[in-house]
Design a protein around this ligand. Structure first.
Ligand SMILES: [Zn+2]
Length: 253
């Protein structure tokens, strides 16, 4: 037989200050508790004299550096208390931490492309590195779909991975609808510079089929991949739009 006693307290921690990470200030900084609700439950086992205790503290908090309002949840369970833990877990919403990647603000990118980019960054932040690698490739696929790029020339390679040469010494190429081919297609359509297309080709998790071998990518490789994708989105969608806005403004004057 057991008995549960529940308690709810409003604004017990209102006005108190605590140090948590702020995504805008990009550091740990004082936050003020604007509102709070604390719930706790105690379960008492009459015959064994044992007691279980769990509590949840919910707080609306405001950064004292940039005024950003966010949410903090502290969860405690007595059974989770051991040598290496006090039994408390802290959650911040929106999720953030020093090593998390912020989704960049883009204004001129089609919905289907931006959705895949955001899911790719979310996968990285949640530690789903294989899914993130797949997302990097899917983002390029979605760009090619949006730009109607279906193929491009790829360099033929020999067994050692070196470019195959024709009898006249020139490098052998073929038209391909693989992702490599589509990246070349972006350059052939003058949407990307040769250098930019080469960077996409060269990145292990963007241009070739490393993901098909199900090898776990490293954090550093994925950060580089995300940065290359963000740079590609910037140059394909944001910069041309800014250029058009400048032109329109110049014509008005
Ligand atoms: Zn802040």
């Amino acid at each position: 037989m057991s008995e549960i006693k529940s308690k709810l307290e409003e604004n017990k921690t209102k006005g108190s200050k605590l140090k948590v990470f702020c995504s805008q200030c990009n550091r740990e900084i004082n936050h003020l508790v604007l509102q709070s609700v604390d719930t706790s439950d105690t379960e008492i086992y009459r015959f064994s004299d044992s007691v279980l205790f769990w509590s949840d503290n919910y707080q609306i908090i405001r950064c004292q550096g940039c005024d950003l309002v966010s949410f903090r949840h502290l969860s405690y369970f007595s059974e989770h208390e051991h040598e290496y833990s006090d039994g408390t877990t802290s959650y911040l919403y929106p999720k953030r931490a020093k090593d998390m990647r912020k989704v960049k603000d883009f204004n001129n990118i089609p919905d289907n492309v931006i959705r895949i980019y955001k899911e790719t960054v979310d996968s990285f932040n949640n530690g789903s590195f294989l899914l993130c690698a797949a997302g990097l490739r899917a983002t390029i696929e979605s760009i090619c779909l949006d730009k109607n790029i279906k193929s491009g020339l790829v360099t033929m390679l020999d067994e050692d991975g070196n470019p195959k040469r024709k009898k006249d010494g020139s490098i052998e190429t073929k038209r391909s609808n693989s992702l490599d081919g589509k990246i070349s297609g972006l350059h052939e359509s003058n949407m990307l510079t040769q250098k930019h297309a080469e960077i996409l080709h060269e990145h292990r998790y963007l241009g070739n089929d490393a993901i098909h071998q199900i090898k776990m990518p490293s954090r550093t490789q994925l950060i580089l991949g995300i940065e290359i994708i963000e740079h590609t989105l910037e140059s394909l969608y944001e910069i041309p739009e800014k250029g058009e806005q400048l032109n329109a403004r110049r014509k008005k004057v």
